[in-house]
Design a protein around this ligand. Structure first.
Ligand code: RUB
Length: 301
């Protein structure tokens, strides 16, 4: 949890893989590949919901495998590993910038925006709209239990945006003033549902009821290939210490505490998914998925 947000998690993972591979002292290319793959598998299990993580690691490993068919020279393979890790990181950073620009077209002068948690992509849209001199105001939910909303509100306020921090349960109370909700995603299912910080689906419900637009900002590597084969995206369950203090728990051990970190927002509640390739209605995200994966046998990834 020191690194938060699905995009940051993906970039940090490939950076870790690069550092690990660079430091490896091995005799053969096969040993190098096997050790890097082993580390990749370990990394993939660090945060179960953020699909960006396995997608990023798989991108590097798949390309490394291809290189391995041409050479088994360890220094060459180390260079390739570095090249693909850096390529992913650069592409990820420029994707966020593009999402900001594309998504800002959907923010109008005078809009009152609500955002939940701390998403780089959602923030990119808000900042781009503000830099275009659109007069906007933002409500940030505090996002219990880890309070990522404090990071978001502080960042937006420092940029000069009019920001109000609210408690999560006040979202519906303010929703009738909000024109547009902008959130990020940890994962996108091929049916157009998105997985994001717990509470997102509640905000989507409230937005639909008050006819506020609901926009999801997400890089294309948030699409989960496994959902194409019917697999469900696992929801990370986090420790109860995030919800109550140790002292309280010691006095109330018979109370069960549930702490799911994410929830699922169905496509019916989403107006648009903004990606670096453009804007998609959720039901059309399959087109982007097919464009990215083509006919590759993705089930083994
Ligand atoms: C962060 C979270 C963010 C998404 C998208 O949860 O839910 O909304 O990851 O973020 P956590 P980004 O703090 O538990 O990782 O757009 O930055 O990828």
């Amino acid at each position: 949890m020191r690194i938060r947000g699905a995009g940051r998690i993906a970039r940090a993972s490939v950076k870790a893989l690069e550092d690990f591979g660079t430091a490896l002292d091995v005799k053969s290319g096969t040993e190098f590949i096997n050790k890097v793959k082993e580390a990749g598998e370990f990394l993939k299990n660090a945060r179960p919901t953020a699909v960006s993580l396995p997608n990023a690691v798989n991108y590097v490993l798949t390309n490394l495998d291809k290189e391995c068919q041409c050479t088994v020279d360890v220094p060459v393979l180390k260079d390739s590993l570095k090249k693909y890790c850096e390529k992913f990181i650069t592409r990820s950073e420029s994707a966020i910038e593009r999402i900001g620009l594309i998504g800002s077209n959907r923010i109008q002068d005078g809009d009152i925006i609500l955002t939940h948690c701390n998403s780089e992509s959602a923030i990119a849209i808000i900042l781009a709209a503000f830099k275009q001199k659109k007069n906007i105001k933002v409500f940030c939910t505090e996002t219990r239990p880890k309070m990522q909303g404090l990071l978001t509100s502080s960042k937006l306020a420092k940029e000069g945006i009019d920001v109000t921090l609210i408690i999560d349960s006040a979202a519906r109370f303010y929703m009738n003033r909000v024109n547009v909700v902008v959130v990020g995603a940890d994962a996108i299912s091929v049916n157009g549902a998105i997985v994001n910080k717990i509470g997102t689906s509640m905000m989507a419900l409230a937005a639909k009821e008050s006819r506020s637009r609901f926009i999801v900002a997400a890089e294309s590597y948030k699409i989960s290939p496994k959902t194409f084969y019917g697999e469900l995206i696992p929801i990370e369950e986090r420790p109860h210490e995030e919800v109550v203090t140790k002292d309280w728990y010691a006095m109330n051990e018979c109370v069960k505490i549930a702490n799911p970190a994410f929830d699922i927002t169905p496509p019916e509640y989403i107006d648009l998914i903004v990606t670096e390739y453009g804007v998609f209605p959720p039901q059309a995200i399959l087109l982007l998925f097919k464009e990215i994966y083509g006919s590759i046998d993705i089930i083994n990834q």
